[in-house]
Write a protein that binds this ligand. Structure first.
Ligand SMILES: NC(=O)c1ccc[n+]([C@@H]2O[C@H](COP(=O)([O-])OP(=O)(O)OC[C@H]3O[C@@H](n4cnc5c(N)ncnc54)[C@H](OP(=O)(O)O)[C@@H]3O)[C@@H](O)[C@H]2O)c1
Length: 303
């Protein structure tokens, strides 16, 4: 399969990706669209004419309530949606909670928020996506997917020791596998799905990191001052790949792919220690994608 390239690079902003693109009449949902990368995603899509629904835990002006870690909340959101949806940007996320936390139903909180809630959201809106004819699902994953496969034996860390980064990595691998699963199932409905890593961006996502972890990223000095290393992106640049996959005509018909923060399709690599760039084989594995789909379907139906 030929790797897809675009004219953009790591410094391109979301507005630049959508320059000249008219999204009038497109209805787009952005989860976690009230801060960080999501906020800039919403801005760029709205500026291009889309009707954007911001789905967030803290509803305010024009925002819809949605707590992805609570299936009742997700179901209320999908039940209340009428008409087509042209794109869902599954952007909301939490990272590296220092201790194991669980949602009300017992699910490990990063998996519940980053993956299972989004699974329930997109499957709950399947018919609305189908009606849009040409709808797109965008999974905001992370380079962290290189760090761990999905653990089908113990996804909620009930028997293995909890590790903040393994839990985050697993949830982000699951996000990519969801894009692969949708690509395998919903092509006949005209629905495409792709995943991405936005790059490194200072946002609220890092709120659970201690000073040592921030220093390891090169993002804090010895005095505790925030640093912005050269490889960091601004939020406007961080949203570029999300809007590329959600709305750029360059991606028409493209499905089941993973894009890096330089706005190019990523190379497939073996995941694990030492992997620093690309998408892990375990994140793109169609067998794992099908198994995860069945797992998530059973899990979200049962609760
Ligand atoms: N920033 C980076 O360097 C980076 C790198 C790789 C990947 N990513 C990914 O990019 C995405 C956006 O993150 P960000 O960096 O923009 O961080 P952010 O500013 O913290 O945004 C995350 C959003 O997710 C929302 N959220 C968290 N838990 C939720 C829940 N249970 N239900 C609904 N919404 C919830 C947050 O809402 P609240 O305001 O209510 O908390 C927030 O709006 C995430 O998926 C993240 O994993 C970011």
């Amino acid at each position: 399969m030929t790797r897809i390239t675009t004219p953009f690079d790591a410094r391109t902003t979301a507005a630049e990706v959508l320059a000249g693109v008219d999204l009038t009449g497109r209805r787009i949902i952005v989860t976690g669209g009230a801060s960080g990368i999501g906020l800039e995603t919403v801005r760029a899509l709205r500026d291009a004419g889309a009707e954007v629904t911001v789905a967030t835990r803290n509803p305010g002006d024009g925002r819809q309530p949605l707590d992805l870690s609570d299936l009742d909340s997700v179901r209320a959101f999908t039940a209340g949606w009428t008409g087509p949806v042209h794109a869902i940007v599954a952007n909301a996320g939490i990272m590296a909670l220092p201790t194991r936390q669980v949602a009300a139903n017992g699910w490990e909180l990063q998996l519940a928020t980053n993956f299972l809630g989004h699974f329930a959201l997109v499957t709950g809106l399947h018919e609305n996506l189908r009606r849009a004819a040409g709808a797109r699902v965008v999974m905001v994953s992370s380079g962290a997917q290189l760090g761990a496969p999905f653990d089908f034996d113990d996804p909620h860390f009930e028997r293995r020791p909890y590790d903040p980064w393994v839990a985050y990595a697993q949830s982000k691998t699951a996000d990519v596998l969801l894009a692969v699963g949708i690509a395998r199932r919903w092509a006949a409905d005209g629905i495409t799905a792709n995943a991405l890593e936005p790059g490194y961006i200072h946002t609220n996502l890092q709120r659970h990191l201690d000073a040592d972890a921030m220093r390891a990223l090169g993002a804090m000095d010895d005095e505790g001052n925030l640093l912005t290393p050269d490889y960091y992106k601004s939020p406007e640049q961080g949203a570029a790949t999300s809007v590329l996959l959600a709305a750029s005509p360059l991606l028409d018909g493209v499905t089941g792919r993973y894009f890096s923060s330089d706005n190019q399709e990523a190379e497939r690599v073996p995941g694990g220690a030492g992997a620093t760039a690309g998408v892990a084989d375990w994140s793109m594995d169609p067998v794992a994608a099908d198994r995860l789909w069945d797992h998530a379907l059973a899990a979200t139906a049962a609760r």
